[in-house]
Design a protein around this ligand. Sequence first.
Ligand code: EPZ
Length: 426
Amino acid sequence: MEKLVITGGNALHGTVPISGAKNAALPLMCASLLSDEPLTLENLPRLADITTLTDLLNHLGVTVTIEGGKGGRMTGRNLTFDAKNINDTVAPYDIVRKMRASILVLGPLVARAGEAIVSLPGGCAIGNRPIDLHLKALEKLGAKIDVEQGYVRASAPEGLKGGRVRFPFVSVGATENILMAASLAKGTTIIENAAREPEIADLAACLNAMGARIKDAGHETITVEGVDRLHGATHAVMPDRIEAGSYAVAALMTRGDLLLEGARADDMQATLDTLADAGGIVSVEEDGVRIKSNGHVKGFNLVTQPFPGFATDMQAQFMALACVAEGASVITEAIFENRFMHVSELCRLGADITVTGSSATVRGARFLKGAPVMATDLRASMGLALAGLVAEGETHVNRLYHLDRGYERLEEKLRAVGANVDRVPG
Ligand code: EPZ
């Protein structure tokens, strides 16, 4: 297995091109199942999760072809997904177990093909990741749901019917699944307490380009007028707000100055506000967002929340920042039950962190010392890489496959702005 070898101490300066968003790309790819005409997605990032989902879509009968990229700022690939012939409605365990977002084929498949049999995703490092909200919402649209032998079977041979779905708490994936299913349901669907993450609006924009009739995506209540069929479209994936936020933290931690090219400030306001609390100088420019250090990092407090609150996917990165802040920080993880796996690894670098329940108190301003550390999940591994950028000496981040799931060309982008980082065989 490969690892990152990082020698800390360099301030990062320059421009980081932000890739298409993983968490927008995955549901967008599943949306291709809703139509018998091709869907072209532009600016897709080159990530392991995209490859895994492409394998699953191929298994279901979707043909995927690479289109020439437009070049320029959009560094991603353009892929065309043609679901004209769906010849299987089973998403098998050996693919789904690799990536829980595979559950996002459930809604589109049952809406288009009248049936979907999807392996239960199972948990992952950050929690047991249930899908009860997905299933209850599909039942509200008339799907019959059975769970047996580790698989969910959803069937609606007569098609789905519009209905009222009210989520007891916010779920990004469940909102996305029901948004896609409702697009082809007969009648109107009202989704209440919907997730408001920017990726939801991006998905709705693509579905509407395909002929769906969705109103108020990105707000708490979304209305969907079902249509008989969806046609093909071309849609550019939105920039990755979590990748952008991760590099923004790098700029502040290393006392540098980075332009996050293509980043959209409105997608990441809570992140930018917390960076400013910690001493960052944030400026919105024509081609992106710039983060400069004022030479100091102050302690801060944060609680993870659904959008527009502070993103749970940014928690590990900010914990790394807190490790080198002057003063103490209190970080509370209110979304996932086990998203502090990076704490013990950061302590191996000399951090001073105490966890009490869902809160971590970080006493900062300690000098971190490089050491071998183990990545446990995608965002935790980015937190460790960030800590390695400021730790004295070498930090070896092992199990790089976690990072490769969500960060495109990480070492290349870091080296381009002055980091001393290499990918070497583990
Ligand atoms: C999406 O996961 C993201 N993944 C996650 O990013 C992100 O952390 C999460 O949203 C929260 O923002 C993708 O978009 C592919 P949820 P999702 O349903 O949809 C519980 C990353 O690092 N829940 O909003 O799975 C759940 O356990 C990944 O890129 C239920 O109880 O998240 C969690 O505690 C990690 N029942 C909370 O709700 C359900 O049916 C929020 O989960 C569904 C969720």
